[in-house]
Ligand binder design. Structure first.
Ligand code: NAD
Ligand code: TYD
Length: 380
């Protein structure tokens, strides 16, 4: 295999850290550069176990700084970009949409332009397929309806969805051909970045791939997102703020399975294609929350379900998308990727990880985040 130099943006965040770890370990002959601004969501603690590997380096950089990005690509001879850096929390995007447009749109544009300029100036190393791989979300497709409140058999079963709970909440799914209909400032900014990426292929011939993935869960997720926030709150017997009636449906994938999909697509995906990534694993929020309570209680030796009274229904999120459900059959059919972990196993692993890593949680939520969290929930 060829030597390669790959810039992974957002490598200090949740998914990025799993992607960096996978590439550093699996490809010792690649140079992996983690490019991250270290916002509140970026934490080098996430990569402690690989930080001294000879094929890993970290560069603290704002992706919106076009000249600095270009200099980095040129000085290090970057021939692949896996772009994950973004502002990612929907609730924050409702409060502060400008930051989302800046990083997600202008930051992506700055990376595209830097890659285009450097790759136009310099021939690709022998045998290397240059690639700008943009990581996006299923939220760009908008929201699906819930057509059967009791749930139906999903059209496909994967390892992720093969547990006790085995439901789809409607007959429509997000496919790659679907029109974009983002509703939140977060998904609007991601949608815009996806369009810019595709435009760089169509206009300038930049080799790009875009993937749209469903909700991820697993270790190192910042505890403002549903699963880590609620695990931590259950442990400390704090209220669980369930938006609306908890009826919204999300499609969950274990983060390491997403990282494996990214590896497969980076190496085997077809240029200019879009691939959806997901496990056909739909859950209503309230059902997941009950599983979390039961799992935390069992692992802490509490009476099973004794913390159900922490569930607190609060004002719904503005523009709250009802249902996400991704059809990833193209990826399975064309590139042979499948989730490796069944959801209940993944949740148990995840709960254990957060319970065993209270220091990590305390560390990432100290300081600025506490004020943010209190301000977020004071009016609900
Ligand atoms: P995250 O919020 O945990 O991490 C984002 C990272 O980007 C952080 O390390 C942060 O420091 C960095 N970053 C932010 N602004 C930056 C800037 N201007 N310059 C450089 N670095 C910056 O995010 P995540 O959940 O790991 O998501 C990663 C990517 O995957 C995002 O593009 C997101 O849209 C996409 N995605 C996430 C999910 C999910 O469920 N989390 C699902 C599908 C797609
Ligand atoms: P989140 O983890 O923010 O991901 P996303 O909005 O990108 O899907 O939220 C997952 C679901 O959980 C979503 O329907 C909103 C809901 N939710 C709550 O009910 N309470 C909370 O405190 C949070 C953070 C989310």
């Amino acid at each position: 295999m060829n030597n390669r130099t790959i810039a992974i943006t957002g490598g200090a965040g949740f998914i990025g850290s799993h992607v960096v770890r996978l590439f550093v370990k699996k490809y010792p002959h690649y140079n992996i550069i983690n490019v991250d601004k270290l916002t509140y969501a970026g934490n080098l603690e996430n990569l402690k176990d690989i930080e001294n590997e000879p094929n890993y380096s970290f560069v603290k950089l704002d992706i919106c700084d076009y000249e600095a990005v270009y200099e980095l690509f040129k000085s290090r001879g970057v021939d692949g970009v896996i772009h994950l850096a973004a502002e990612t929390h929907v609730d924050r995007s409702i409060k502060d949409p400008f930051t989302f447009a800046r990083t997600n749109v202008m930051g992506t544009l700055s990376l595209l332009q830097a890659a285009r300029r450097y790759w136009d100036e310099t021939p690709a190393p022998q045998g290397v397929r240059r690639l700008f791989y943009h990581i996006s979300t299923d939220e760009v497709y908008g929201a699906l309806e819930i057509t059967d409140p009791l749930g139906i058999e999903p059209p496909f079963t994967t390892k992720a969805s093969s547990g006790k709970h085995h439901l789809a909440y409607g007959s429509k799914f997000f496919t790659e051909e679907l029109k974009y209909q983002p509703h939140s400032p977060y998904s609007a900014a991601k949608a815009s970045s996806d369009h810019f990426v595709r435009s760089y292929h169509d206009t300038y011939g930049l080799p790009v791939i875009v993937t749209n993935c469903s909700n991820n869960y697993g270790p190192y997720q910042f505890p403002e997102k549903l699963i880590p926030l609620f695990i931590n709150n259950i442990r400390h017997r704090k209220k669980l703020p369930v938006y609306g009636r908890g009826e919204n449906v999300r499609d969950w994938l274990y983060v390491e399975d997403h990282a494996r999909a990214i590896d497969t697509i980076f190496h085997k995906g077809e240029i200019a294609q879009t691939y959806n990534i997901g496990g056909f694993n739909e859950w209503k929020n309230i059902d997941i929350i009950k599983v979390l309570i039961e799992t935390v209680d069992a692992l802490l030796g509490r009476e099973p379900g004794e913390d159900m009274n922490l569930i607190t229904y609060v004002t719904d999120r503005a523009g709250h998308d009802l249902r996400y459900a991704i059809d990833s059959s193209k990826l399975q059919r064309e590139l042979g990727w499948e989730p490796s972990l069944q959801f209940e196993e993944g949740i148990e692993k995840t709960v254990k990880w957060y319970l065993e890593n209270q220091d990590w949680l305390d560390n990432v939520t100290s300081g600025e985040y506490q004020n943010y969290y209190e301000s977020m929930y004071k009016d609900r």
